[in-house]
Design a binder for this molecule. Structure first.
Ligand SMILES: [Zn+2]
Length: 289
């Protein structure tokens, strides 16, 4: 208890100090009330997000899907999730973001990411796990929350992995001399782990926030939030294999995750029941793992 109080006090002092030297400082998550220490500004994060997105898309190893049958369902779900985000408690930030989604043709990677600034990518390997557009809405709701709740920025600021914090904050505030390429660590911190082969799992708190707010967004977008439970059950079955992907690497404890989702479900269902329900249209078959 004492330790807890000291921790809170320390955090407050750190927040004041950081605020005082002109860096971003602290903010409170509007849904969960959790306080976050952030060393970057939203503008800097958006810039890094856009840069990371360009880096992925121009990577010669990345194959962008050209197939309308793969692109259309992703765009449809993304558009509805973004609309929901624009009427959420993150409305102000969601309006600022320049939303865009790419479909990466990689049937073996069950992953997706959303970057600060609103650039998103879905790997075709997530289709068999998401199964339907409602399942995909659960995935994208979750990812969009990581971006809107500034989880990438927070883990950069925390420096969860040695040196990443300093390296990233240095880059963000221009100490690196304007190197146009983001390093692997920065990319990983922003959520592009699968692409750069360097995994930086989100913390349990981040995952819980993304799960909770994610189902509220999916429900508000008209997708049955109960699909999230089935999605995570399938994800769990899959987690034995696969490459480095955000989804396969994060284990807030499967039972805990499902239990929490069920606890939050009445709130999400109340939102869903006020919306015109979207059909759970099956996603296209892909090459398989
Ligand atoms: Zn996540």
């Amino acid at each position: 208890m004492m330790q807890m109080r000291r921790l809170i006090r320390t955090r407050t002092i750190v927040c004041l100090l950081v605020g005082g030297i002109g860096l971003s400082g602290c903010q409170t998550n509007p849904y969960t009330g959790r306080s976050q220490l952030l060393m970057t500004s939203v503008g800097q994060e958006m810039q890094m997000g856009a840069q990371a997105y360009d880096q992925v898309r121009s990577d010669p190893k990345v194959k962008l899907s050209q197939a309308p049958r793969e692109i259309e369902p992703v765009k449809r779900v993304a558009a509805r999730i973004v609309e929901a985000a624009k009427r959420s408690k993150y409305a102000e930030m969601a309006q600022q973001f320049q939303w865009e989604v790419s479909v990466i043709k990689d049937d073996k990677t069950a992953n997706a990411f959303a970057l600060p600034g609103g650039k998103m990518a879905v790997y075709t390997g997530i289709f068999p796990v998401a199964k339907t557009e409602a399942g995909l809405a659960a995935v994208m709701g979750h990812e969009v929350v990581h971006a809107l709740a500034r989880h990438g920025a927070e883990r950069m600021s925390q420096g969860q992995v040695t040196n990443i914090g300093l390296q990233v904050v240095g880059a963000a505030i221009g100490l690196s001399g304007g190197d146009p390429m983001l390093g692997q660590a920065t990319m990983a911190a922003l959520g592009v782990g699968a692409q750069v082969g360097l995994l930086l799992p989100y913390s349990r708190k981040h995952e819980s926030e993304a799960d909770y707010i994610g189902i509220l967004l999916a429900a508000d977008a008209g997708y049955d939030p109960q699909e999230s439970v089935h999605l995570w059950e399938r994800m769990e079955q899959l987690s034995g294999g696969g490459g480095p992907a955000e989804f396969l690497s994060t284990h807030p404890g499967h039972e805990t995750r499902i239990e929490q989702l069920k606890k939050w479900m009445p709130e999400a269902m109340a939102i869903y029941q006020k919306r015109a329900p979207m059909p759970a249209t099956p996603l296209p078959e892909v090459g398989g793992r």
